[in-house]
Design a protein around this ligand. Structure first.
Ligand SMILES: [Zn+2]
Length: 268
């Protein structure tokens, strides 16, 4: 089965991620990543900034260099709400004109709602270059952040205000899966990735909960063409998470969810 992973992180110098992966025995390095991509026949992976404090465009040179080193890695450009002036807008425009496949914002990590005006020029740029905006949504990695900013309902307003911009709700807003699914159902321009429903190793109860949540969302929306597989590597091993999502997504939708939807949305 061909796979595109719509959500991974590749800042191998990030200490917080490193500490977690060491605990889990995951090889958080370019070599470790390449091994997992190869073993799981992952054709491309969308690489996202690891450090949410990095100024716009987050970890730009790192992601650009990695994309040149490993062509399966496709970068998206992160937006920090404190770095949004014309200078940053022009840097982001250059990135979108070049090899970057989309944008990402982090409402829960920055305590800034997605409908903050500082983000608007970037939503317009994304529409201009027909590239999606990924929005971190749902639980945060660490307890010091405020999840009220990461609730998926906050995305509805920008989805309506920017109908030409494609938005991807990361993690299907987990645990607010029903709210996120409603946005996918109601707004033609809203998609969801189904990464990080469990991190580390999947345990018995995880399978049942994840299956219930994801099947409910696909069923309710009737739109299997709008859900994208993503692992959130290195927070899980690709092989384990692929197995989890294979069980959770009905077989007849595997081709779309694991491959075709991401290929279409990211123009791969
Ligand atoms: Zn992530």
């Amino acid at each position: 089965m061909k796979i595109i992973d719509a959500h991974i992180h590749t800042n191998f110098a990030d200490q917080k991620t490193r500490a977690f992966t060491e605990q889990q025995g995951i090889d958080f390095s370019l070599k470790g990543l390449q091994k997992e991509l190869r073993e799981n026949a992952v054709e491309s992976a969308i690489a996202i900034t690891t450090d949410s404090n990095a100024p716009t465009p987050g970890e730009f040179s790192l992601l650009k260099k990695q994309g040149q080193e490993e062509p399966r890695l496709k970068a998206v450009c992160s937006i920090h709400p404190n770095y949004t002036s014309a200078k940053y807008q022009s840097m982001v425009e250059q990135a979108l004109k070049g090899s970057f496949l989309g944008l990402k914002i982090y409402p829960g990590y920055h305590s800034v709602y997605p409908n903050d005006k500082r983000y608007f020029p970037f939503y317009q740029l994304a529409a201009k270059y027909n590239k999606p905006v990924i929005i971190h949504s749902g639980d945060t990695f660490g307890s010091k952040y405020l999840v009220k900013y990461a609730h998926p309902l906050a995305i509805d307003e920008i989805a309506v205000k920017f109908p030409k911009t494609t938005f991807i709700i990361a993690h299907l807003g987990n645990p607010w899966v029903r709210d996120a699914a409603e946005l996918v159902y109601k707004n033609e321009n809203v998609y969801a990735d189904i990464s990080a429903f469990c991190i580390g190793h999947a345990h018995g109860n995880d399978f049942k909960r994840i299956q219930q949540d994801i099947q409910w969302a696909i069923n309710y929306t009737g739109r299997p063409d709008k859900f994208l597989y993503g692992s959130d590597w290195p927070l899980t091993r690709m092989k384990e998470y692929i197995a989890v999502i294979k069980k959770a997504v009905p077989k007849e939708h595997h081709k779309q969810v694991f491959y075709e939807n991401a290929k279409r949305v990211f123009h791969l």
